[in-house]
Design a binder for this molecule. Structure first.
Ligand code: HEM
Length: 563
């Protein structure tokens, strides 16, 4: 029962309020108007959600909370969001497999279930193209009028790329990239190890040169003295977010803009001289140039548009290769196992050479079968360091399912993020009960346990039809370092040959030490940006000093790579 004082308080308060409104009505009109405006803005900025759509997860700060978190946490946002759900008592066992996140008046569907990701990847109504069109003009730095030709080119571009990076065209690219890499390794003299101040920067330069050699052939604009610095493409990559979001790049991304200018100028000269028609130019460069010319784009403007190709060709490959080298160099017992597993391939590939001693000729097109443990290490390393968020826009209402009875409506106009950063680390997919002899000195949480056997075993079971096929299916669906569906990375096989080919020689023929003869520690990974699928080491690899020297007994080898 209420106390007498409480009973008498309400009427007294109302009387006082009425008196106050009568004496100064303006302030009440202002308060009412502001409240109405806030409610109206909130209503206008809250997207409507159908009951068939995924459950809504409201941000802690109304309307803009998720946007703030995404801007500040970048590529870590999805993992943090997922972990925050697992920390809530009621959802401890089952974080939401798909959720609707209101972003002001827009919607984002965040998918962390491999099964729903597979369903979304298959949908023709989810596409990446709107992002390419929204950001393409800013990335290339072209005028609105110049960009008008691009929407009509997207489809032919994607088709021509896929066709140009398979079969003989791919083999020629692989051989050309590995010829460059082989020359660098062969140049390391016995007894005089290569001193590398920063392994990450060394790998970046190596991949930049090997890849552009494969793309542009003899007239490669990245060769010394042709106007491009090796650093330019990485400066451009660093400033990409500021350029795309137009956050005063002229002020805050000056190096990126300068790098872009130099690359575009040199590429413009390359196309103006029609070097793309040379027989040693990669088919992918030739096809794209032909499409541009057919649509009336030539010379300098071609150079501006085509900056995207070398950028996408190196930006993921270099950090991927860096981490694989770093992982293996820091695990001596895994290295021993790898060397033993590669012995049959090396024996079969060795011939005596009059000029050096032995030539070892590695065939790039059979590495899947001749180097299975190394391939498994590459896949496991990618699982670790790929924080890929596969992005799509819903262009027509569509339904995705989890294959077990649950379905969700995705409405046109919303964005979809499929969080590889989460699925690559789901314990339900990747737990391993076998023994691991591969712990690394200095490993950090984000890198977790390194278990190539997960992939080795899955491969073997898939071949003989054993094991749990549905578990394998879920792993495949949750493993997205190269995206999936119609936008699946067309460069994945080229990157594979570049990385695994180099690693065969490095593992078998070379020792990597920290410069004092000790095993190098595994570096820590930096926070990943939203635009970057692959983590990079902290402080751009500062402190990753190594020496790469010929192993005893392998001093006389010349490495040759064929496709
Ligand atoms: C380890 C190296 C690489 C990784 C991890 C990687 C990863 C990816 C990912 C995640 C996507 C987005 C796929 C999607 O949205 O579903 C992509 C797209 C793409 N990648 Fe790669 N990539 C690599 C190497 C390369 C190379 C070497 C090239 C070219 C020579 C290349 C060319 C492309 C192109 C053109 C696209 C756009 C495809 C489209 O829009 O349909 N990538 N890549």
């Amino acid at each position: 029962m209420a106390s007498p004082s409480a009973c008498s308080f309400a009427p007294r308060f109302i009387d006082a309020l009425v008196d106050d409104v009568g004496s100064s009505p303006t302030k009440y009109v202002v308060v009412a108007a502001v409240s109405a405006a806030v409610l109206l803005i909130r209503w206008a900025l809250t997207p409507s959600v159908d009951s068939r759509e995924p459950p809504v997860m409201k941000p802690t700060i109304p309307i803009i909370g998720h946007i703030i978190n995404m801007l500040t946490q970048q590529g870590e946002f999805h993992v943090n969001f997922f972990l925050s759900q697992t920390r809530q008592k009621h959802s401890k066992a089952h974080p939401m497999p798909i959720a609707t996140l209101p972003l002001a008046n827009k919607k984002l569907y965040l998918i962390t279930s491999p099964a729903i990701m597979a369903s979304a990847m298959r949908s023709k109504n989810l596409t990446f193209e709107p992002f390419e069109l929204e950001f393409g003009q800013a990335v290339a730095g072209v005028t609105h009028a110049e960009f008008q030709v691009i929407p009509g080119l997207l489809h032919p571009f994607v088709k021509s790329m896929s066709a140009a990076m398979v079969g003989d065209h791919l083999h020629r690219m692989n051989a050309s990239a590995l010829q460059y890499i082989g020359a660098q390794l062969n140049a390391i003299d016995a007894g005089r190890p290569l001193e590398v101040e920063n392994l990450y920067l060394w790998v970046r330069d190596l991949v930049t040169m090997a890849t552009t050699e494969a793309l542009y052939g003899e007239h490669n604009p990245w060769r010394e003295g042709r106007g491009i610095e090796k650093q330019d493409i990485w400066d451009f990559d660093d400033g990409m977010m500021l350029i795309v979001t137009k956050l005063f790049p002229a002020l805050f991304a000056r190096k990126a803009l300068a790098g872009r200018r130099r690359i575009q100028k040199a590429l413009g000269a390359y196309y103006a001289a029609k070097h793309d028609l040379s027989p040693d130019t990669a088919k992918v460069v030739q096809n794209r140039a032909a499409i541009l010319r057919e649509h009336g784009v030539a010379g300098a403007l071609m150079g501006k548009f085509e900056i995207g190709l070398p950028h996408v060709a190196v930006m993921n490959t270099a950090p991927t290769l860096f981490w694989l080298i770093a992982q293996l160099a820091s695990r001596p017992d895994l290295l021993t196992r790898l060397r033993a597993s590669l012995a049959p391939l090396i024996t079969a590939s060795t011939t005596p050479s009059p000029s050096c001693g032995r030539t070892i000729t590695i065939s790039l097109s059979t590495l899947e079968t001749t180097a299975p443990l190394l391939v498994a290490c590459h896949r496991e390393s990618l699982r670790h360091i790929s924080a890929q968020v596969v992005m799509r826009r819903v262009i027509a209402d569509t339904v995705v399912t989890d294959g077990a009875g649950a379905s969700y409506l995705l409405t046109a106009g919303a964005d979809v993020h499929m969080a590889g950063s989460v699925t690559h680390n789901l314990p339900s997919l990747w737990s391993w009960s076998g023994s691991t002899t591969t712990s690394a000195a200095g490993a950090v949480d984000v890198m977790g346990a390194f278990v190539p056997d997960l992939f080795l075993e899955a491969e073997a079971e898939a071949k003989d039809g054993g094991g749990d096929e549905s578990a394998r299916k879920m792993r495949r669906a949750g493993y997205v370092p190269f995206g999936g569906g119609k936008h699946l990375c067309p460069g994945r096989n080229f990157a594979f040959a570049e990385i695994v080919g180099l690693m065969v020689a490095l593992v078998v023929g070379y020792d990597i030490t920290d410069g004092d003869g000790a095993v190098p520690a595994l570096p820590r990974a930096a926070k990943v940006e939203l635009a970057h699928g692959i983590r990079v080491p902290e402080r751009e690899g500062a402190g990753t000093r190594v020496e790469i020297g010929r192993r005893a007994g392998w001093e006389d080898v010349e490495w040759v790579f064929v496709a």
